[in-house]
Design a protein around this ligand. Structure first.
Ligand SMILES: CC(C)(COP(=O)(O)OP(=O)(O)OC[C@H]1O[C@@H](n2cnc3c(N)ncnc32)[C@H](O)[C@@H]1OP(=O)(O)O)[C@@H](O)C(=O)NCCC(=O)NCCS
Length: 267
C-alpha cells in the first residue's frame, strides 16, 4: 500500500467527506463512521463492505478481519482498487467525487468484494470464497465466480444483473454496464467462458457466451449476443452479434462512447 502521504486518492476522499458533512449535517455521523474515523483507504473500505455484507453466519466484525487480512497480505488488491476508483471517476459522467464511488457505487463494492473472495479462492479457502460470492450476489446483484480473473481499472456502471463465470478473464481498463453476462453456452465444460481484452467497452444487456476472445479496444453494443471471437478494435451489434464497423478510439472503455452509426462509419 502507498505511504499515507502519497495516497492522494485517500486524502481527496477525506476532503470530500468533510465538505459533504458540512453541506449535509444529517450525514455527518455516517461520513465520520465510514470515512473520517479511518486512517487508511483500506480500513474505510473494509469497514463499509463488512457492514453491507454482514449476516448471521458471518457478522461484520468477522468480515472486517477477513477483508483486513486480504488487504494486508496482497497489496495488489489496494493497487487495483485505486485504479477502479480512478476508472469510475474518469469514465462515469454521473460520478462527481471519489467518495461517491467508495460509499455508494455497488459495482465498485462488488468488484472489491470479489477481489477479496478471489484472494481466499487462491489461498485454499474455496468454501469461504463461495460464501462471499453468494453474499455479494445477494447484496449487490452482481454474481462473479471467485475463480474468475479480473484486472484493474475496471468500471461496472449501474452493475445490477452482471454475471461473470468461473473461467472468464477480464483484462485491465474494461468498462461494462448493467445486465452484462460473460457466461458459458451450456455446451462446454472446463475453460468455457469469455476472455475480454484490455480497453473493451460492453454495453448494457450484452451477452458474451462461450470461450471466445473479445479483442482489445472493441465495443459491444447494448443487447448484443456475441458467440464468436471478436477481432481487436471492432464494433459488434445484434443477435447473434455481427461486426458493424471498426472502432476509431484507441480505448473505447475510457470514452464510454456507446454510439453506433448505422453504416458503421466513425465508430
Ligand atoms: C442457444 C445455444 C444453446 C446454442 O444452441 P445451438 O443449437 O448449439 O446453436 P449453435 O451454436 O450451433 O448455433 C446455431 C445458430 O444459432 C445462432 N445462435 C446460437 N445462439 C444464439 C442466441 N443465443 N441468440 C441468437 N442466435 C443464436 C448461431 O449464430 C447459429 O446461427 P447460424 O446457423 O446462422 O450460424 C447457446 O448459444 C445459448 O444461447 N445458450 C444459452 C447460454 C446461456 O444462457 N448462458 C448464460 C450462462 S450464465
Amino acid at each position: 500500500m502507498p505511504k499515507k502521504a502519497q495516497d492522494s486518492i485517500w486524502e481527496t476522499i477525506r476532503e470530500e467527506a468533510v465538505e459533504a458533512a458540512q453541506h449535509e449535517p444529517m450525514l455527518s455521523s455516517f461520513l465520520h463512521a465510514t470515512v473520517l474515523a479511518h486512517k487508511r483507504l483500506e480500513d474505510a473500505l473494509s469497514f463499509h463492505l463488512a457492514g453491507k455484507l454482514e449476516s448471521l453466519a458471518l457478522p461484520a466484525i468477522t468480515l472486517r478481519e477477513l477483508f483486513d487480512d486480504a488487504f494486508a497480505n496482497d497489496h495488489t488488491i489496494g493497487v487495483a482498487m485505486r485504479a477502479d476508483l480512478n476508472a469510475v471517476r474518469q469514465r462515469d459522467p454521473a460520478c462527481r467525487a471519489f467518495a461517491q464511488t467508495l460509499l455508494y457505487f455497488k459495482g465498485f463494492h462488488a468488484i472489491q468484494s470479489y477481489r477479496v473472495a478471489h484472494y481466499y479462492w487462491n489461498h485454499e479457502r474455496q468454501p469461504l470464497a463461495l460464501y462471499l460470492q453468494s453474499r455479494i450476489s445477494e447484496v449487490f446483484t452482481v454474481d462473479i465466480h471467485p475463480a474468475a480473473r479480473i484486472g484493474k481499472g475496471v468500471l461496472m456502471d449501474h452493475a445490477h444483473g452482471i454475471v461473470i463465470g468461473e473461467t472468464a478473464i477480464i483484462e485491465d481498463n474494461v468498462s461494462m454496464l448493467h445486465n452484462v453476462t460473460l457466461g458459458g453456452t451450456g455446451k462446454s465444460v472446463g475453460d468455457r467462458h469469455p476472455k475480454i481484452q484490455t480497453g473493451v467497452m460492453i454495453g448494457a444487456g450484452a451477452k458474451i457466451l462461450g470461450n471466445v476472445t473479445v479483442g482489445k479496444g472493441s465495443k459491444i453494443a447494448a443487447g448484443a449476443v456475441v458467440l464468436n471471437d471478436v477481432p481487436p478494435h471492432t464494433a459488434m451489434a445484434g443477435v447473434p452479434a455481427k461486426a458493424v464497423g471498426m472502432v476509431n478510439t484507441a480505448i473505447p472503455a475510457f470514452e464510454m462512447d456507446q454510439y453506433f452509426h448505422e453504416d458503421g462509419s466513425g465508430l
